[in-house]
Structures are given as C-alpha cells and as structure tokens.
Ligand binder design. Structure first.
Ligand code: B4P
Length: 186
C-alpha cells in the first residue's frame, strides 16, 4: 500500500500516520520529521533548513526530491509506505511521479484530511512546536493556500484523491481513514 497523507498544516497528518503505521505495518516517511532532524544536526545544511522552517516557508523542491528518493530506496519501503507531508508543491508531485516510475511503482491513494482554517490555527497554537508561533502559523497557512492546495488538482485528475473529514477525535478520524484504506487493500 503506497499512500500520501495530504492536508493543511496541523491537519493531523503526523498523528494519523502513526496510527496507520501501527495498524498496517508500513513505514511513515515524514518529510517534516526528516527536515527537523537535519536542522538539529551538525550538517552544513542545518542552519539553512532551520531558517526556512522557522519562517513557515517550504524547503527547496530539489532537496526534498533527493531526500524522498533516497528514503524510498530503503528495504522497509518495499511492502509500501505512507508519505506524510510530501508532496507539498505541484513540482514535488511531478518529482514523486518520476521517482516512483523509475521503480515501476504507483500510488494507491492520496488521503486528504480536511480541516477548516480556524481549527488548524487552534491546534497549532496548542501544539507549541518551534514553528508554531503566531506569525509562522500565518505564513504556513498562506504557503499552504498558494503552493500546496493546488496539488489537490493534480491528484484529482489522476483519480487518486480520497477526502476524509479531519474534524473529530483522533480515533474517529482514523476510523474514516481505515474505511478508505481497507477498500484499497482488497
Ligand atoms: P510537518 O512536520 O509536515 O507538520 P504539519 O503540517 O504542521 O503537521 P501535521 O499535519 O503533521 O499535524 P500533527 O499531526 O502534528 O511540516 C513542518 C514544516 O516542515 C513545514 O512548515 C515546512 O517548512 C517543512 N516541510 C515539511 N515537508 C516539506 C516538503 N515536502 N517540502 C518543503 N518543506 C517541507 O497535528 C497538529 C496538532 O493537532 C497536534 O498537536 C495534534 O496533537 C493535534 N491533533 C491531531 N489530530 C487532532 C484531532 N483529531 N483533534 C484535535 N487535535 C488533533
């Protein structure tokens, strides 16, 4: 099962990805987590990435392409994977197509976790991560609207998009996700 988790900042992609990992035993590839780890390391890229993330902007498509291609090559991705937070631009969606095509692979579904903006702001303000301060949240929502939301059309045209209501308890949302994923598995 090869799936993408899509949604606004704070929609619960990371939260639901964890539940999918536990239930379906496929690895989560969170580009946010990979970037946060790189930003905290002593690598030459660290400062650059930290700056971009703390402003609520997106890290470059080229770097993400490299990171994701390398991760997908690893053996644990053979039975499938959950991409959490990638792709976030139309260019990244094309890059992912290319990366998968090179391995003769295709996505099974793109799960769009739908949460309204008011709820996103409430959740992020509560979460309290370094990039969850008010100005950064506002920027992330702007970037989502201008750069990430258009990715939905890309997957709608490919008939891969599956919408799930992301407002409700974590368990309620997961039940909806399971309903979709169980039909894919069959
Ligand atoms: P991410 O790490 O992907 O984070 P996110 O979109 O903010 O959060 P997510 O949707 O995973 O929400 P979560 O489960 O935590 O991105 C961070 C940054 O990394 C980006 O801004 C960007 O700079 C960079 N980046 C990442 N990927 C990139 C890419 N592909 N290209 C370029 N840059 C990239 O949930 C949020 C909160 O809500 C939590 O506190 C959670 O407990 C709560 N919550 C979850 N579900 C809930 C529910 N049902 N009800 C109530 N609360 C809930």
């Amino acid at each position: 099962m090869r799936i993408v988790l899509f949604g606004g900042p704070g929609a619960g992609k990371g939260t639901q990805a964890q539940k999918i990992v536990d239930h379906y035993h496929i690895p989560q590839i969170s580009t946010g987590d990979i970037l946060r780890k790189t930003a905290a390391s002593a690598s030459p890229l660290a400062m650059k990435i930290k700056k971009v993330m703390s402003r609520g902007k997106l890290v470059s498509d080229d770097l993400l392409k490299e990171i994701v291609a390398e991760r997908l090559q690893q053996a644990d991705c053979r039975p499938g994977f959950i991409l959490d937070g990638y792709p976030r631009t139309t260019r990244q969606a094309h890059d992912l197509e290319e990366t998968l095509q090179q391995r003769n692979l295709k996505l099974d579904a793109v799960l769009y976790i739908v949460v309204n903006e008011q709820e996103l702001v409430t959740r992020l303000s509560r979460r309290g991560r370094a990039d969850d301060i008010e100005e950064t949240i506002r920027n992330r929502l702007k970037v989502y609207e201008s750069s990430t939301r258009p990715v939905l059309n890309f997957y709608k045209e490919k008939m891969l998009l599956q919408k799930v209501n992301g407002v409700g308890t974590v368990v309620q949302v997961f039940v909806l996700i399971r309903n979709v994923l169980d039909t894919i598995k069959k």
